[in-house]
Design a protein around this ligand. Structure first.
Ligand SMILES: C[S@@+](CC[C@H](N)C(=O)[O-])C[C@H]1O[C@@H](n2cnc3c(N)ncnc32)[C@H](O)[C@@H]1O
Length: 237
């Protein structure tokens, strides 16, 4: 492991905004903060919003600064990347942002029923060949249902036309409420303030001329979710 990574991991242990559950604390277990985020960490009852696969936490930090009346938690498995977000939150004393280092597969162990109001998924790997690993596939949506408020909102911002259209089909075919779908947020000139936040990944895609898409929908608890039937062969990314 490189020196820089070791230094970041050490510093991660000092950040009060960064929670790093051990495997045994989330694998088939209940993490001690489950159901406690409002009371023990944020010390308010404001809505809780997650960013899944937050990387360096740029979106989590920017959303927290723009919307002080909500709480934000970024989740990722890569500690060296999250160090960046946790350091900014610490240095700038941003009280409505925190981070959890965990695989998203174990997220039901970290958040309790009704604890979360919204989820952002920003630039995830589209997992074109591994449907079960897609962060908007039905196994993940079932996990999200366990802690998201009924009709809670899921936002997907991606450079992948494949993932955008897959998720759009899933939403339509399962009769979920689509709030917005935009296949070129900058091209249409309709990127609102929250969509204009740009992570390093996004900047790289934009420099290559790749279109950035966005969609948001409500996840109904009682919905029985099925994988969509669609023709994925037309997509290269
Ligand atoms: C392409 S990066 C995007 C990072 C960030 N959202 C951005 O826009 O800069 C995808 C991130 O998702 C994380 N990730 C992917 N699958 C994950 C999983 N199952 N559990 C936790 N993190 C995951 C990776 O570690 C990586 O940091």
């Amino acid at each position: 492991m490189g020196k820089d990574k070791i230094r970041r991991f050490k510093e991660n242990d000092t950040f009060e905004c960064l929670y790093q559950p051990q495997f045994q604390e989330v694998f088939g277990a209940t993490y001690y903060m489950k159901g406690q985020w409002h009371e023990r960490h944020f010390k308010n009852g404001n809505p809780l919003v997650l960013e899944l696969g937050c990387g360096r936490g740029e979106y989590t930090v920017s959303l927290a600064k723009k919307i002080p009346q909500k709480n934000f938690i970024g989740v990722d498995i890569k500690g060296a990347r999250m160090w960046r977000g946790a350091k900014t939150v610490t240095e700038e004393s941003i009280e409505n942002a925190a981070f959890v280092r965990s695989r998203i597969e174990f997220i039901e162990s970290v958040f309790a029923p009704e604890e979360v109001s919204e989820i952002w998924i920003t630039f995830p790997d589209p997992q074109m060949k591994k449907q079960k690993k897609r962060l908007t596939a039905t196994p993940f949506l079932e996990r999200y249902k366990s802690f998201l408020k009924d009709n809670g909102i899921i936002h997907l911002k991606t450079d992948s036309a494949f993932l955008h259209n897959y998720t759009l089909e899933l939403v339509k075919q399962n009769n979920l409420e689509l709030i917005e779908a935009n296949s070129d947020i900058y091209g249409t000139g309709r990127a609102c303030e929250l969509l204009s936040i740009k992570t390093r990944y996004e900047m790289e895609f934009l420099e290559k001329g790749i279109k950035i898409t966005y969609l948001s929908f409500r996840l109904k608890k009682e919905a029985l979710l099925n994988e969509p039937e669609w023709d994925s062969s037309a997509y290269e990314r």
